[in-house]
Write a protein that binds this ligand. Sequence first.
Ligand code: ZN
Length: 321
Amino acid sequence: MMHETYFRRLVDNNHLVHAYAFTGINTAEKEKTTEYLLSLLACQNKTPEGQACGQCAVCQRIKEGNFPDVLYIEPDGRSVRVDQIRELKQWVATTPVETTFKMAVIQQADLMNTSASNALLTVLEEPVDHVYMILWVNNQANLLPTIQSRVQMVGFDEGDYQEKQQIFVEQGYSSAHAFVLSHLPSENVGLLTAAYPPGDLDQWLRDYHYYYQLLVQCEIQSFVTVETHIKKHLKPVPVALLGIDYLLFINYHLLLKVSNDNEVEAPSMYEQFFNNLIKQKNPSVSLLLDINQYLLQTKQYIQANVSPQLALEQLTINICK
Ligand SMILES: [Zn+2]
């Protein structure tokens, strides 16, 4: 449900990026969201709320699995092989048959072998305007970091989160802090908990909340905040990246709240924080989508060895200019 609202806003505002990784174990939900997104892009008869109609010929064909401009790639045996990615590359280069876009879905993209991964990387490095890539990934850690930096992650493992949250609670974190930790990419979160044991994580969260608040308010003061509040949290680099992941996480939930979808409730720990932000600034959906894009860009800069402090200062300038 949350993902549907999110993608509807992205499509409405023309903010879809070229490649997404749907990470986590909930394959049924990944399938549903992929089909939902496909219908949103393809339907020629959308409702006033921006939903696909579900009735037109295109919507029908998508439901029946008969839509020509989507390509699903399944693992061939135990891996996704390089010739499958080469075929994908050729398919991407052809014109859409029925609509104005094409979508490729790589199921279990974490089963790509190294040569397949490298072949896919060359596709991701030269995005084509009307082509979208969706990677279904059970375990994000199995995806090459170079690929991770080219795609936007969207999590699909609610059940898993609860289990993880419980583990952090057992380590002594409050349930709100454990909630946050369980939603950050698990391969690096151990570095964060090593640097910030239960008593110290609060400061990390408060500094990022403060910085995020200034970003949303487009306060140029947030530039100084990188030096005064955030700089101390930027080492080592994977911990700096977790900070960006956390900003993306907050921004995602505020975006859903501002989108005003009644089905969606923000996590309770943010209720007051979000209400204050909305009262002070009333951030627009398009501002939050811009922040989303700039945060992703910041991540890419850091992954390309730009100093995290410099990347965050640039982020601040981009948002507050
Ligand atoms: Zn339709």
